[in-house]
Design a binder for this molecule. Structure first.
Ligand code: GLN
Length: 201
C-alpha cells in the first residue's frame, strides 16, 4: 500500500486525506520534517501559500520536503500547493524571504484567476485519466494561480481556456484547482499510482 502524507499546516487537509484513502493509500498528516520519513508521496493542499510558508519556516519543513522529493518522494501540489512547488512565482511579494519547496519548472501568477472571478468550476479532460473525455473532471478554481509558462520537462495534462491547469514533471503533479472538493477522485488515484510506481520498481 502506498504511503501518502498530506501537509497539514493549513488548508483542505481532511478532504485530501479522504480522497487519498478512497484511492487506496495509507494516509498520514505532516507538520514536522520527521513525519516525512517513509512516505512515497506528499500532497501539498490548497489554502493560503503565505500562511503555509510562514508556519513551515521555524522547522524548515519546505526545505525538508524538497530534500525528500530529491530522494524520490512524489509530490502533488494543488492551488496554493502548486504555488509552493513552482520554481518562479509572480505577484507573490508576501512570499519573499520565505523558504519554498520548488522543483516544478513553471512560472505561476498567484491569484491569477482571482481578479476576474473568485471561484468557478470548469469541466476538464485530463490526459492519462481514463474516461475524462466522456465524463470530464469538474475542476473547482478558488483564487487560483495561473500557470504562465512551463519548462521543457513539464507535460501539460489538462488545460482550461487554452492555459495549462494541470501539469506533470517526473514525480511532481500539480493543479491550479481543488480536486479534493469534488467526489470524483480520479486525479488522486492517478497520484497514488505515480507514488506507487517507485515501490514496485
Ligand atoms: N490564492 C491562494 C494563495 O496564494 C491560493 C488559493 C487556493 O489555494 N485556493 O495561496
Amino acid at each position: 500500500t502506498p504511503r501518502i502524507g498530506v501537509l497539514a499546516l493549513q488548508g483542505a487537509v481532511a478532504e485530501h486525506a479522504r480522497a487519498l484513502e478512497s484511492a487506496g493509500a495509507a494516509v498520514s498528516t505532516v507538520r514536522r520534517p520527521a513525519e516525512l520519513a517513509g512516505l512515497d508521496g506528499l500532497v501539498v493542499p490548497g489554502g493560503e501559500s503565505t500562511t503555509m510558508a510562514r508556519l513551515a519556516a521555524p522547522v524548515h519543513l519546505m526545505e525538508a520536503i524538497r530534500e525528500r522529493h530529491d530522494e524520490g518522494m512524489a509530490m502533488f501540489g494543488t492551488c496554493a500547493g502548486m504555488i509552493l512547488m513552482a520554481d518562479e512565482i509572480l505577484d507573490a511579494e508576501a512570499l519573499t524571504g520565505f523558504e519554498r519547496i520548488g522543483g516544478l519548472d513553471v512560472v505561476v501568477r498567484r491569484n491569477g484567476y482571482g481578479s476576474q472571478l473568485d471561484s468557478f468550476t470548469g469541466p476538464l479532460t485530463v490526459a492519462g485519466l481514463p474516461g475524462t473525455d466522456l465524463s470530464p473532471l469538474q475542476a473547482v478554481f478558488i483564487r487560483a494561480p495561473i500557470i504562465e509558462s512551463i519548462g521543457p520537462q513539464v507535460e501539460v495534462i489538462a488545460s482550461w481556456q487554452d492555459r495549462p491547469v494541470a501539469v506533470r514533471q517526473g514525480r511532481v503533479l500539480a493543479a491550479s484547482f481543488h480536486p479534493e472538493l469534488t467526489p470524483d477522485h480520479r486525479l488522486h488515484q492517478h497520484f497514488v499510482q505515480l507514488a506507487a510506481d517507485r515501490i514496485s520498481s
